[in-house]
Design a binder for this molecule. Structure first.
Ligand SMILES: Cc1ncc(COP(=O)(O)O)c(C=O)c1O
Length: 350
């Protein structure tokens, strides 16, 4: 047999998603920034309607109705919207559209670690820019000559937001496309969608996984200039969103009152939780996302607390890497869930 795996793929370290509970295991899951509240009740109805006879038929290839619904909500043209099977798929489409083997991509470090994995999958040169000692005021990217620079705003895993004025400076600075990954922007005060009109190289990505409680449905978007979206559209799988996802995502976007109510509850719990951490002597970055990055006394303390919480059935996220190893990323759940975590933390740090 002469079959062999590409060398750079055999060397690749796969992306490691947050721990999932075993079958039937009851845990408090605060490790992947899922939403603790159910999606709009309209979603269940849409799934029921779509999930019967029509499943024998292929879905609309361009997710046209969803495209139009998103365009209407964000006040852009449908031709400026691309729908993806989660925003992770959109990130892959971006690389397939704008990069060739050996090209460079940039991103801030720390930020969403999947950019690095995707870059390695596509055999690209990785040009990370360290956020520096004060991540809230990062430097401009060190390498300008990149095909794509990914800027996660709000930052994950730290949760803080950079101002649109700074994002615009980054867009001016880099020579390629600036992707503003706004997976958490619904929990922030500002966002960068208007930059797609003002700056030709900006593409914004969004997801319904967090603020719309639809992580399991897999729906994400890219918003950008028509000329980029048109090219990206050629690269996606032709039926990338299934019928159920298209129908459910449309009604979820339409139910804005459910969205606002749900989002506001999370924001209130986030503020209450960050205050409670502070009262215990635990600092965190000012969060504009649906999680808080709690800074502990040392990497050892963070890793031990992570292990103990996991043993007790409370899943949070620990990143054993430079710049993050002293902290824990904790998703915002319900008030009761956060109270249970706080109680455990109190016993562990006392
Ligand atoms: C910064 C960031 N971007 C993108 C994603 C991918 O989201 P999804 O593929 O669920 O839309 C995530 C998921 O955690 C994320 O944290």
């Amino acid at each position: 047999m002469r079959a062999s795996v590409k060398e750079h793929i055999s060397r690749l370290k796969a992306y490691v998603p947050g721990l999932q509970p075993g079958e039937g295991e009851q845990v408090l899951k605060l490790n992947t920034n899922e939403n603790p509240y159910p999606p709009s009740p309209w979603v269940e109805e849409a799934i029921r309607e779509e999930g019967s006879d029509s499943l024998r038929l292929y879905p609309n290839p361009t997710s046209q109705h969803l495209r139009e619904t998103a365009a209407c909500l964000y006040r852009i043209a449908p031709e400026q919207v691309l729908c993806g099977n989660g925003s992770d798929e959109i990130l892959g489409i971006l690389l397939r559209t704008f990069t060739s083997r050996g090209d460079a991509i940039g991103y801030y470090e720390p930020s969403y670690s999947y950019y690095k994995t995707l870059g390695a999958i596509h055999d690209l040169v990785l040009q990370p820019t360290p956020l520096g000692d004060d991540p809230l005021t990062p430097p401009l990217p060190t390498e300008r000559d990149v095909k794509i620079f990914f800027l996660t705003n709000p930052n994950s895993p730290m949760g803080f937001s950079l101002q649109p004025e700074f994002v615009a400076r980054v867009a001016d600075h880099v020579e390629g496309i600036l992707v503003v990954d706004e997976a958490y922007a619904d929990f922030a005060q500002k966002n960068c969608i208007s930059l797609i009109r003002e700056l030709p190289n900006v593409i914004v990505t969004r997801t319904l996984s967090k603020s719309y409680s639809l992580a399991g449905l897999r729906v994400g978007f890219a918003f950008g200039a028509e000329r980029w979206i048109e090219q990206m559209d050629k690269v996606r799988d032709h039926y990338n969103l299934n019928r159920v996802a298209q129908a459910a995502a449309c009604v979820a976007l339409c139910d804005q009152s459910h969205f606002h109510e749900n989002r506001d509850r999370i924001l209130r719990t986030r503020e209450r939780f960050a205050r409670a951490l502070k009262d215990m002597g635990i600092e965190s970055f000012p969060s504009e996302a649906n999680f808080v990055f709690a800074k502990l006394a040392s990497a050892e303390a963070a890793s031990q607390i992570f292990d103990k919480l996991t043993e007790r059935g409370i899943y949070v996220r620990y990143f054993p890497q430079d710049g993050l190893d002293r902290g824990l990323r904790i998703s915002i759940g319900t008030d009761d869930e956060m109270d249970r975590l706080l109680e455990e933390l109190r016993t562990l740090i006392s």
